[in-house]
Write a protein that binds this ligand. Structure first.
Ligand SMILES: C[S@@+](CC[C@H](N)C(=O)[O-])C[C@H]1O[C@@H](n2cnc3c(N)ncnc32)[C@H](O)[C@@H]1O
Length: 277
């Protein structure tokens, strides 16, 4: 998954799917915000950079939890950074006035420096050169500034993708290639952070329920969501007609198997990382 995809089609889809992606990430957001709040404990007016901020949800959560914080959100996608600006306009003044959003590539952005905290909800696994990118991000932090981010653990620990793996286009692929699972390997990420000059890196495992479907017809909602966004949607585009049919049937079967009468949810697994500049 490369920069062009986020700046184009994939970012556009994420912008239209903001409500449903936020629903899947809700438990991650809670854990991430707790870790972020702890990281800036004792700083009355923390200056925070939200890296790959998407449509702004984590920035808004932080602005709400930390009344003295100012937050810069940057994202590659014009659609997502635009969505963040539009959403901010609907928020109370005391939140909106402390959040600024910008379309930018975090690996080269130099808009401001001296951040107390860099935070990212699943926005840092897409860098072509992770060591260079994290070294650049470190240069944006003040001395002793903190880094807190989330990312997925291995696909096999994430049933929302593992359940469909046998129906996806096969073939070996580079597990470290930029993409949603590029940071699954804890030792690799620890090495990247150390080489980039971040110290005291710690990863905490978070197991959570990935809610893929809810509302009036949760099964239809989940089938539609998977077909619109993420690895299943990509596979649907890449497969031939027969493979597509098999995947759609397998998807529906798993979605029904994970419906509890109220919502469709799958076990999911993330890391919450923290480190210091
Ligand atoms: C999985 S989405 C997460 C978005 C948002 N943080 C959320 O939780 O909803 C990954 C985000 O990272 C952004 N991104 C990827 N590479 C980036 C880069 N080099 N600079 C800025 N944003 C980037 C994408 O555009 C996308 O919005």
């Amino acid at each position: 998954m490369d920069k062009e995809e986020w700046a184009g089609r994939v970012g556009d889809v994420w912008a239209t799917e903001q409500h449903r992606t936020d629903r899947t990430f809700e438990p991650v957001d809670e854990a991430l915000v707790e870790a972020a709040v702890a990281a800036v404990y004792g700083i009355a007016t923390p200056h925070i950079l939200d890296v790959g901020c998407g449509a702004g949800t984590t920035s808004f959560s932080l602005a709400t939890r930390l009344p003295g914080a100012t937050i810069n959100g940057i994202d590659l996608s014009p659609a997502l950074s635009g969505a963040a600006v539009a959403r901010a306009a609907g928020l109370p003044d005391h939140v909106r006035s402390r959040c600024r959003f910008e379309r930018a590539d975090a690996t080269v952005w130099t808009g401001e420096t001296g951040f107390d905290l860099l935070v990212s909800r699943h926005g840092v696994m897409f860098f072509d050169d992770p060591v260079a990118a994290f070294a650049h991000l470190r240069s944006l932090a003040k001395a002793g500034g903190r880094l807190v981010f989330s990312c997925f653990r291995a696909p096999k620990e994430n049933a929302w993708v593992a359940k469909f793996a046998h129906l996806m286009p096969g073939g070996p692929s580079d597990p470290h290639a930029p993409g949603p699972f590029a940071f699954a390997d804890r030792d690799r990420v620890a090495a990247i952070l150390a080489e980039a000059g971040w110290r005291d890196a710690q990863a905490t495992a978070l197991d959570f329920a990935y809610v893929a479907g809810a509302g009036g017809d949760p099964v239809a909602d989940a089938n539609d969501f998977f077909a619109r966004i993420g690895p299943v949607s990509r596979a649907i585009r890449e497969l031939d007609e027969a493979g597509r049919e098999r995947l759609r049937a397998g998807l529906d079967e798993q979605v029904r198997a994970h419906f509890d009468g109220e919502k469709v949810s799958f076990p999911a697994a993330a890391w919450i990382w923290s480190a210091q500049a």
